[in-house]
Design a binder for this molecule. Structure first.
Ligand SMILES: Nc1ncnc2c1ncn2[C@@H]1O[C@H](COP(=O)(O)OP(=O)(O)OP(=O)(O)O)[C@@H](O)[C@H]1O
Length: 617
């Protein structure tokens, strides 16, 4: 049934096995005896297919299996090792049913381990470990059971007990026992091979054990077995895993918060710039710096794309607004930083848009500054005085507040009908509109039109005037600077993530080195290389996923906190940061890719693991 054909094995040119050939039956107990160091274990490992570096051949049912020893080992071989080779981070039950993580089917369901099944592996006695090793071998569905000194660490009574059990097992499959205790194996074995110096010295055949039908219980594989194994492995070094998860969470949080805040800041800066210089604004001047006339302003105003045209009277300085109209008092006047924006696109919080020249609307923040502790509605229809200075003469125009916008503006702002202040100033300072001395005007275009297109049109129509986009270079420069800042932030945060991920790679590498013996044991009990690769990969993915989950929760909490704090600290000019799903998705997907790359060294190590060397470690 099983033929060992001219096996020779060398360790560094030293012949450990010298042309060994065996012809073994389907059932029965075969003993291989000999003095220590004669090569018994080496022969057993070659028969088991875990030592694949030898000359000669192995034939199972007349067919050579040398080219697919891993498959042969997984399908036909079970082991009981002298040192038991149990995995300490698995439970008693998981150790016994180890093969079920990788294969379907199994032996006895009734394991009779009640007295110690809930104990930790490390607290088990030698006898209990021996029993687990035996039960594990019986549980694994195999045709050949290889036992390396199965009674080596037992007293004579327990040794007899184990030999009796193996004898019973030999009725269902071939049991090969390696021992140096000739007297013991003589009582149980059907055949005995005696080895000396790597050669078979004698062969005795006493009897033949007939086949009793093997009880193979058909059973499904465990659900997500490799995932469970990787989780158990992760738990076996809890401290290290938690440190990794913590480090990675911090890195993720750093990059995500940094980018979210830089984006939020950019939006705020953009809004601030737009509140100062609206994106729909075009300035105009005559090429020869001649004064602009109101007629020309009105002509521009008649274009459908232009919503409002306004002249700047640079000589008339706007000092601000207040409630006192008799006399200018600096302390009672609120400085107005912006009185130029169009109001057509602005939403009103209360009141209405100006219908007359003396009607104005103010921004929400300006209304709050004007009202102080009073209710905002008290401001509606209230008279305010706008103070102007011209050639040392300070005079006021009476306005009526008819509406409040819903905006929080960086500067205190009021809106009025186009050129209303010019019409009103004309009466206050008693000048003729024809005498207006202004060489600068502003055009506000409709939001549906492109500013650059309108400028082209205007330049064609009015070649004597120059038209420029207001604030275009400033916004562009700020956008570019923010973009550069973001790139630098991304590079540094990316480096933080990269180092964390490669730290995972390093730690996983140390883990697999530490666990190489356990991986070798798993190979002996049915694991293929790709099973082990999956376990290592799953373990790192579990770490990354845990970090991502914690980071998402913290990100959400931190955003709410920053938003509340900015609202309280910065009052009206608060920074609102929003949950950036796209950013999360991008960072998390990139981290998965990096995990795969960082896992290459540990994966390669597992792939090239020398089972025999690892078992002897
Ligand atoms: N990895 C190795 N490198 C070099 N030599 C080795 C290696 N493993 C085993 N050997 C040598 O091979 C020989 C056979 O070893 P083996 O373990 O097969 O003997 P054994 O008969 O099973 O001994 P024991 O009964 O003490 O377990 C020994 O001389 C041993 O030193």
């Amino acid at each position: 049934m099983l033929q060992i054909v001219h096996i020779t094995k060398r360790y560094h040119y030293q012949k450990v096995l010298d042309d060994i050939s065996l012809d073994l039956p389907k059932t029965g107990m075969i003993a291989i005896v000999g003095p220590s160091g004669c090569g018994k274990s080496t022969l057993l490992h070659i028969i088991g297919g875990i030592d694949q570096d030898f000359q000669g051949d192995i034939k199972w049912q007349e067919r050579s299996v040398k080219k697919h020893l891993s498959h042969y080992s997984q399908k036909h071989i079970g082991f009981i090792f002298q040192q038991f080779h149990l995995i300490m981070w698995l439970s008693v039950h998981q150790n016994i049913t180890m093969s079920q993580f990788f294969q379907r089917g199994g032996g006895e369901e009734n394991l009779d381990i009640d007295d110690f099944q809930n104990l930790k592996m490390s607290s088990l006695s030698l006898g209990q470990r021996q029993r687990i090793a035996y039960l594990r071998a019986c549980y694994q569905p195999s045709d050949i059971l290889l036992c390396d000194e199965p009674t080596g660490s037992l007293d004579p009574v327990h040794a007899d007990e184990v030999m009796n059990l193996l004898k019973e097992e030999s009725k269902r499959r071939l049991v090969i026992v390696v021992s140096h205790d000739l007297k013991l194996v003589e009582r149980y074995s059907d055949e005995i091979y005696t080895m000396c110096d790597g050669k078979i010295e004698s062969h005795q055949c006493f009897r033949h054990t007939p086949l009793t039908q093997n009880k193979i219980v058909s059973r499904h594989k465990k659900i997500f077995p490799l995932l469970r194994l990787s989780w158990m492995s992760l738990k076996s070094h809890k401290g290290r895993s938690l440190q990794l998860i913590f480090g990675l969470t911090i890195s993720f949080l750093c990059i995500i918060m940094t980018l979210t805040m830089s984006r939020g800041l950019e939006t705020q800066i953009q809004n601030y710039i737009y509140s100062l210089i609206p994106s729909s604004c075009i300035s105009f001047q005559a090429h020869n710096h001649q004064s602009l006339t109101l007629d020309f302003v009105n002509e521009l105003q008649s274009q459908p794309s232009i919503t409002r045209t306004q002249l700047y009277l640079q000589e008339y300085e706007f000092l601000g607004i207040g409630f006192v109209g008799e006399r200018y008092q600096d302390s009672q006047v609120l400085f107005i930083g912006d009185d130029a924006s169009p109001y057509q696109d602005i939403q009103l919080d209360m009141g209405q848009y100006p219908q007359e020249d003396h009607e104005i609307i103010v921004s929400l923040s300006t209304a709050q500054h004007l009202c102080k502790d009073e209710s905002l509605s008290t401001l509606l229809n209230k008279k305010v005085y706008a103070w102007y200075q011209y050639q040392n003469e300070v005079k006021s125009i009476a306005y009526q507040v008819v509406g409040i916008t819903n905006q929080t503006t960086a500067l205190d702002t009021l809106y009025q009908r186009e050129n209303a202040y010019i019409h009103l100033l004309k009466d206050v300072y008693q000048f003729d509109e024809k005498d207006i001395q202004s060489d600068l005007g502003m055009i506000y275009i409709h939001k549906d039109y492109q500013r650059s297109e309108i400028i082209k049109e205007l330049k064609k129509q009015y070649p004597d005037y120059k038209f420029l986009e207001v604030g275009a270079t400033t916004t562009q420069n700020i956008s570019q600077s923010m973009q550069q800042v973001r790139v630098v932030l991304m590079i540094f945060s990316g480096l933080a993530i990269l180092s964390s991920l490669f730290l995972i790679g390093e730690v996983m590498f140390l883990n697999v080195i530490q666990k190489k013996k356990d991986f070798a044991i798993l190979i002996c009990f049915g694991a293929r290389r790709w099973h082990l690769l999956k376990i290592v990969l799953f373990e790192s993915l579990e770490i990354v996923l845990s970090a991502q989950m914690i980071c998402t929760g913290l990100y959400y909490q931190l955003l709410s906190l920053v938003n509340v704090m900015s609202q309280e600290l910065l009052l009206n000019n608060h920074l609102t940061l929003s949950f950036d799903y796209e950013l999360l998705l991008f960072v998390y997907s990139a981290s998965f890719l990096l995990v795969f790359i960082s896992q290459l060294p540990p994966l390669l190590y597992v792939f090239r693991l020398n089972t025999i060397a690892a078992l002897k470690d």
